[in-house]
Design a protein around this ligand. Structure first.
Ligand code: PLP
Length: 455
């Protein structure tokens, strides 16, 4: 049965509740309904084409409708769609665990699957907590996070989240976490060096005074994503890792957004040779096809749980679809393409190309900062370039730029006043150039010509 745009619009408005969306605004407009994808393009029901400029929320690697990935799923479908990992295994889950260990930072040797970045974070937090209990050290039970951190939307992940708009409302129901200043060079009076020094000094102070109570530090390595693509000064991640080691606190690296080549290395941790105790991956793991995430742990963490059953050190956690064979099969195919097609090396070259094209924008009157690590790009728009005064949230400047970009044929979502360009890793230079041109036009139309201003 084929449905018309009008029928689907009516059903959409009647029944769907969209994430991170004010439904009153959504229902006032004609919805974008995607019908198919091909390469880095998405097509809506009316046949209009859009560049996927945010990789369908930061996860697409090889483009859409990729024959090799489609085939991996179909072949697995002919065997079994799902069976559980509770007390038994399936073929692609074993093989994917092996491949993940092979490509991950040194020391991460055990893989615990789940189905979203947030569940991977929950698992890491619970593992870190129980790790110390299992070792007979009960005092180490609190967590450190970074200001403006985002780790997903389940309650544990929100507890280590620090974006006021998303998280403050829920504080009464969350466990408290220590919050370190995130080294935001653009917004720190001491620039990159001052910001990094402040962060590392704050961590040292905290560990000196409360280290005995702290189970782990959780961090988005190198790039803090949802806060506005904020890049750590070089050496900062390494500094954080060294302090954790020195004071006996576990390091949890949340690579959900940064993993699988996005930053110009397989994992952002690799950029500074950091080996965390726990690492979470999701999003790009399946190339952007299916919801699979994983929490990787070191032998040392795993060993703390490995005991006679009567010692009750088992990790009592699991999800119905953990290690889903279809998801693991497509993840395996995606990792194979990543290597065969030298995608990570390609990201380094494409990132350099994009940086050159973007550099023209930095002198524009309302472009405050352009931040980029690999193919994660954030353009921060400001009302006043000299004082760096932000636009008021009521102006919805980011939303308006993205609406204009959509009109011009590209999809992306803003992070407040930061415009995001996170294209599929296979985007060609010509495609990158086209996307940057659309973004530039949209920014100019909104910030200089007042496009979309109310009233
Ligand atoms: N961690 C980070 C760093 C993220 O950027 C995200 C999502 O954007 C998550 C965790 C949550 O992942 P998911 O949306 O798959 O639950």
């Amino acid at each position: 049965m084929t449905a018309t745009y009008e029928q689907l619009t009516a059903l959409n408005k009647a029944y769907l509740w969209h994430p991170f969306t004010q439904m009153k605004d959504y229902n006032a407009a004609d919805p974008l309904i995607i019908e198919r994808g091909d390469g880095i393009m998405l097509y809506d029901l009316q046949g209009r084409a859009y560049y996927d400029g945010f990789s369908s929320v930061w996860l697409n690697v090889h483009g859409h409708n990729v024959p090799e990935l489609n085939q991996a799923i179909t072949e697995q479908l002919g065997r079994v769609a799902h069976s559980t990992l509770l007390g038994m295994a399936n073929v692609p889950a074993i093989q994917l665990a092996d491949q993940l260990v092979r490509i991950s930072p040194e020391g991460l040797t055990k893989v615990f699957f789940s189905d979203a970045g947030a569940t991977g974070v929950e698992i890491a937090i619970k593992m870190a907590f129980q790790y110390w209990r299992n070792r007979g050290i009960s005092g180490k039970s609190s967590f450190i996070t970074m200001n403006q951190a985002y780790h997903g939307d389940t309650i544990g992940a929100v507890s280590v989240g620090a974006i006021p708009l998303y998280h403050d409302l829920f504080r009464p129901m969350l466990f408290p976490a220590h919050v370190l200043p995130y080294p935001n060079a653009y917004r720190h009076e001491g620039g990159a060096a001052g910001a990094m020094e402040a962060t590392l000094a704050a961590l040292r102070d905290l560990l000196e005074s409360r280290g005995d109570e702290i189970a782990a530090l959780i961090v988005e390595p190198i790039v803090q994503g949802a806060s506005g693509i904020i890049i750590m000064p070089p050496g900062c991640l390494r500094g954080l890792a060294e302090l954790c080691r020195e004071y006996g606190v576990l390091l949890i690296a949340d690579e959900v957004a940064t993993g699988f080549g996005r930053t110009g290395a397989m994992f952002a941790c690799d950029l500074e040779g950091v080996s965390p105790d726990l690492m979470i991956v999701g999003k790009g793991l399946t190339g952007g096809y299916l919801p699979v995430a994983a929490t990787l742990a070191t032998e040392e963490v795993y060993d703390a749980f490995y005991a006679d059953y009567r010692e009750q050190k088992t990790f009592f956690h699991g999800h119905s679809y953990t290690g889903n064979p279809l998801g693991c099969a497509v993840a395996l195919a995606s990792l194979q393409l990543l290597e065969e097609r030298c995608i990570v090396q390609g990201v380094i070259e494409k990132a350099a190309f994009a940086a050159t094209k973007l550099s023209a924008l930095i002198d524009w009157p309302h472009v405050g900062d352009i931040r980029q690590q690999g193919l994660m790009i954030g353009i921060e728009l400001v009302r006043d370039k000299v004082s760096r005064e932000p636009y008021a949230w009521e102006e919805r400047i980011g939303v308006r730029v993205c609406q204009r970009a959509r009109e011009l044929g590209m999809l992306t979502r803003p992070l407040g006043n930061v415009i995001v360009l996170i294209p599929p890793l296979v985007s060609t230079e010509a495609e990158l150039e086209a996307m940057i041109r659309i973004l530039a036009t949209a920014i100019r139309d909104v910030t200089e010509a007042g496009w979309g201003r109310e009233g």
